[in-house]
Design a protein around this ligand. Structure first.
Ligand SMILES: [Zn+2]
Length: 469
């Protein structure tokens, strides 16, 4: 079966046929760095990480481009500036570094192009100028707006069409984010107000609206028409709808061929929101549950289904994850004489089942079910030769990269390590004694030695725990 993808634009499952043979241009809407990224973002990014890795797995040559809204063009950043009293650069730089750290923590592949909005204001100005020249944009008292009545395909992605307006009613939205009721002319350029950051343009001093950046940057790096544009379902309207309108109006060409959207993450059945306090940042989630479990948890559900983030579901994920780790441990320790042709045959079946599942619109949930079945087969073998275990391990490593990204599924030092664990325990207790005697030099030396061996020691008020890094 070829790779089939659900295209939000056609609302159909379609065969994936890139525009240029094996080359794939892939744009992912990145975060606005007004705050730390949360687990809703984690789901979206982990999904696109898997999609991009799977395309590479299928021998496509992927060019991945993702943006960062690091600019005060976003109302959310301005609000945060007022609240924290930080300077624009202080806030965006701090959150941008945090975003890179979070990406690393959850094993995401670096995009081929990481583009910052602040570095592309000229491209945005050019695009707005083009829309003005072509008559799709007009000047109002507070900035430049896109006239949606001029773009006949408006609403083709989200299905949200402009309403007939009552006489005298306003047909403009100033905000970057607005709801479905207000399909209306949207802002491309906001004239300077107060002490907001600003840029110079032929149409006055001000700052770009939010939507224009993704059109300008994706087309710069991937061309006027490219293969995949993705984001969370929240992005579909107005952001992606507006991206299509302004890009296709400017070029007269199709903007992106396939649109992919991942669903929400709920927290114990409710929508996550800061005001309800049911909000977990990526860094907190990694601290609480570990990155492997987090990635596996999200991929255990198909990306087009809503996920409920509950302790119970996380536990279920853990059971599955442990099965994979145990299978790994068994394979790595294998030194027997049995080549187990039967098991190698099962591996061939597993390979084709896994590809079939992922070719079916990236059905990771089904792929994991097959992986579990394969782990069960492995555990049913009493002993296995090194050769056979290597054949299976090579494939496990390949698919682990898809699911766990740059994270290590298993550390060599986890295997058969009852003895090492006991040794580490003794070292840690030796260190505790040193600390109690205020011999901080010795306690630091022990901690450093352990760290050299990738063992992380964590002290809290009344206990010390350790873990493999
Ligand atoms: Zn975007």
């Amino acid at each position: 079966m070829p790779l089939m993808i659900y295209n939000s634009l056609s609302k159909k499952i379609e065969e994936f046929k890139p525009l240029k043979g094996k080359k794939v241009g892939f744009y992912v809407c990145g975060p606005t760095v007004n705050n730390y990224t949360h687990i809703g973002h984690a789901r979206t990014y982990i999904t696109w990480d898997l999609v991009s890795r799977y395309l590479t797995f299928l021998d496509y040559e992927v060019k991945l481009v993702s943006n960062i809204t690091d600019i005060a063009i976003d109302d959310k950043i301005l609000k945060e500036l007022k609240k924290t009293g930080k300077s624009f650069f202080e806030l965006t730089t701090h959150n941008m570094i945090a975003y890179y750290e979070d990406r690393k923590k959850i094993g995401l592949k670096e995009p081929d192009v990481n583009c910052l909005a602040t570095q592309h204001v000229i491209e945005m100005i050019d695009l707005i100028q083009k829309l003005l020249d072509k008559g799709y944009a007009y000047k109002a008292e507070d900035g430049i707006y896109f006239d949606i009545s001029k773009f006949k395909d408006y609403g083709k992605l989200s299905g949200i069409k402009p309403k007939e307006l009552k006489e005298g009613a306003s047909n403009r939205v100033k905000a970057d984010e607005y709801d479905k009721e207000s399909a209306a002319d949207f802002v491309l350029w906001k004239n300077k107000k107060g002490d907001e950051p600003y840029w110079y343009s032929p149409f006055g001093i001000g700052r770009p609206g939010w939507h224009i950046e993704c059109s300008a940057m994706s087309m710069k790096y991937l061309g006027e028409t490219f293969d995949i544009h993705s984001g969370g379902e929240d992005n579909m309207f107005p952001h992606h709808e507006n991206e299509i309108a302004q890009s296709e109006a400017a070029t007269g060409k199709l903007f992106a061929k396939y649109w992919l959207h991942s669903k929400h993450v709920l927290m114990n059945g409710e929508k996550m929101s800061k005001s309800k306090g049911n909000f977990i940042t990526i860094r907190n989630a990694v601290e609480l549950y570990g990155a492997l479990k987090l990635r596996f948890f999200f991929l255990n559900t198909h990306y087009r289904k809503t996920i409920d983030f509950t302790e119970k579901e996380l536990k279920n994920t853990n059971v599955k994850l442990e099965k994979i780790i145990s299978a790994y441990e068994f394979l790595k320790a294998a030194k027997g004489s049995n080549d187990s042709k039967e098991l190698i045959k099962k591996l061939t079946e597993f390979k084709s089942n896994l590809t079939a599942a992922l070719n079916d619109d990236f059905n990771t949930s089904l792929a994991i079910t097959y992986w579990m079945a394969m782990c069960k087969e492995i555990q049913s073998v009493k002993e296995l030769s090194k050769n056979s275990s290597k054949t299976i391990l090579d494939y496990f490593d390949k698919i682990s990269r898809l699911f766990f990204g740059d994270l290590e599924i298993i550390k060599e030092n986890r295997i058969n390590d009852k003895l090492s664990s006991a040794l580490i325990d003794s070292l840690v207790s030796l260190r505790n004694d040193a600390r109690a005697e205020k011999n901080f030099k010795l306690s630091d030396d022990i901690r450093q030695e352990l760290e050299k061996n990738e063992i992380l020691v964590k002290d809290s008020k009344d206990s010390t725990v350790w873990e493999f890094k």
